[in-house]
Write a protein that binds this ligand. Structure first.
Ligand code: FAD
Length: 253
């Protein structure tokens, strides 16, 4: 069985900086593995006994770091899609590039795992876009995976009304939420393996994609701005009783 995990390198949002144009400053900011992707890797590694695990990202050369981190967690190989042509990709073009790479280099996959959201872009569109472009079923908002028999898997989804379990046949794509646990940390053997791992770098030409990046992106950003908050007057409470009283007064106004 073959599993492919899509991961994204994101700026550490505990240290967000903004440019003069109110866009996120990516240069000189520490980058981390998108936290949702850590849960996708965790679920993949739980199936390692039965599955080979590849991990893929589209990004600049520095994104090799997170592929090595993924290998240190138990993934077998890392593939980086990197090319100047990919710059300026919106979610559609990102999904298309990843789907094209998957068709050309990983056509024998059974299961693709993505994070539900990336903590910087936060659109939650990339996973569904890949699934749509590969024409395979997708299960989103998944908290955990259960009972894999090599041909199908049960995914426990979070919905507005609680949890529901869905069975999906392979090939399929699943978008993972954060689980109710801390994802595993690398062990010393994993770190050693990752240090010497050969990360494959593929260009647009290598995956047979002619138009990519901004040229393949239908999205146009007309304006970016930080919302202004008007919180009005601030009232301080002395203790919980005072707080409860003020809420009552506010409700009766
Ligand atoms: P989500 O859809 O929220 O991510 C969900 C999951 O999808 C992730 O957990 C991960 O599993 C997977 N995923 C997401 N991105 C990747 C990836 N790159 N590789 C592998 N898996 C992934 N961003 C730039 O970095 N540089 C740019 O020049 C740039 N230009 C842009 C121009 C426009 C017009 C627009 C609209 C966006 C641009 N972006 C750029 C942002 C970029 O499009 C998004 O970061 C990207 O499409 C992923 O969307 P998201 O961050 O909302 O991820």
């Amino acid at each position: 069985m073959k599993i492919l995990v899509c991961v994204k390198q994101v700026p550490d949002t505990t240290d967000i900086k903004w440019t003069e144009n109110n866009t996120m400053q990516r240069e000189g900011v520490e980058s981390i593995l998108n936290p949702y992707d850590a849960y996708a890797i965790d679920e993949a590694v739980k199936l390692k006994e039965f599955a080979g695990i590849s991990v893929i990202t589209m990004g600049p050369l520095q994104a090799k770091e997170i592929l090595r981190y993924a290998i240190s967690l138990g993934c077998d190989e890392g593939v980086l899609l990197s090319d100047k042509k990919f710059a300026g990709a919106d979610t559609y073009a990102t999904g298309k590039t990843l789907a094209t790479a998957i068709k050309s280099k990983f056509s024998d996959f059974d299961l693709i795992l993505c994070g539900q959201f990336a903590i910087d872009g936060d659109t939650a569109q990339t996973g569904p876009s890949i699934a749509a472009q590969l024409d395979i079923p997708q299960v989103t908002f998944v908290k955990k995976l259960e009972r894999c028999d090599g041909k199908s898997i049960y995914a426990v989804r979070e919905t507005e009304d609680g949890l529901e379990t869905v069975k999906v046949e392979f090939p399929a794509l699943i978008c993972m939420l954060k689980g109710d646990f801390d994802p595993k940390r690398p062990k010393i053997n994993g770190i050693k393996k990752a240090q010497f791992a050969d990360i494959k770098v593929l260009s647009a030409y290598d995956i047979g994609l002619e138009t990519a990046g901004i040229k393949a992106s239908p999205t146009y950003v007309s304006k970016a701005f930080r919302p202004e908050h008007d919180r009005g007057e601030c009232t301080y409470c002395n203790d919980v009783k005072d707080f409860a009283q003020k809420i009552r007064e506010y409700a009766n106004e």
